[in-house]
Design a protein around this ligand. Sequence first.
Ligand SMILES: Nc1ncnc2c1ncn2[C@@H]1O[C@H](COP(=O)(O)OP(=O)(O)O)[C@@H](O)[C@H]1O
Ligand SMILES: [Mg+2]
Length: 252
Amino acid sequence: MTKDMLIIDNITKRFGGLMANQNVSFSIAEGEIIGLIGPNGAGKSTLFNCISCYYNADGGRILFHGADISKKTPEAICRMGIGRTFQIVRIFKEMTVRENIMIGAFLKHVKLCDATAKAEETADLFGFTEKLDLPAGSLTISDQKRLEVARVFATEPKVLLLDEMMAGLNIQEVRETTDLILKLRDMGITLVLVEHVMEGIMPIANRVIVLDYGEKIAEGTPDEVVNNDKVIQAYFGKKYHAKRRGRTAPLQ
Ligand SMILES: Nc1ncnc2c1ncn2[C@@H]1O[C@H](COP(=O)(O)OP(=O)(O)O)[C@@H](O)[C@H]1O
Ligand SMILES: [Mg+2]
């Protein structure tokens, strides 16, 4: 296991006078599930955009297996094995489920027959076999979010950055999503999850990073983070904390 597979080193990103990320640093070991949490506007999606080179950071570096990748293109980042999804799903609604997944598969499988086979194998893993011919726009939100993950999975990533995959899902769908995430982890994929759904992320994260106003304010195990005073003040509030106190069990 590589201890520091992905290193976020002092990343700063400004939008005009706004510091969306301010000297954010942490590292991720291969095989980990990292939770990235914090209030709306804290800079979580911006950090994903910097890691995936969707935006160029104004300062700092991203190291992947020791190499500085901060000035690469999003396509190069994807090809290197860092895949991401978007907070607002970006699937191709007019295209079928199969075609959506094929778009990911084409990255490493240029022949139509190979990309089709890869897409169908991926669909099986993600529970889409019966829905391969449906237009993606006809799927439920939960399925659309899972389809976006299936599409990026078909690019054969080593690391997945998933942005609010559990938002808007019911409790059953949250459970299915956590099962899927654990399955991906067991297949050797390292995951960074931006989430507000604490019942989903806390039972499965190895470590949690907390951002507030663009800065990292805490890092630790889920238990350490939920008991951290700064985090309680900035994000959880006393009510959530009282409800959670002494309860670290996974979803029932
Ligand atoms: N492309 C952009 N242009 C200008 N401001 C942006 C842009 N993207 C994000 N921001 C701002 O940066 C801050 C962090 O946003 P974001 O990373 O989306 O937060 P989070 O994902 O934690 O809710 C917010 O104040 C947001 O309005
Ligand atoms: Mg966001």
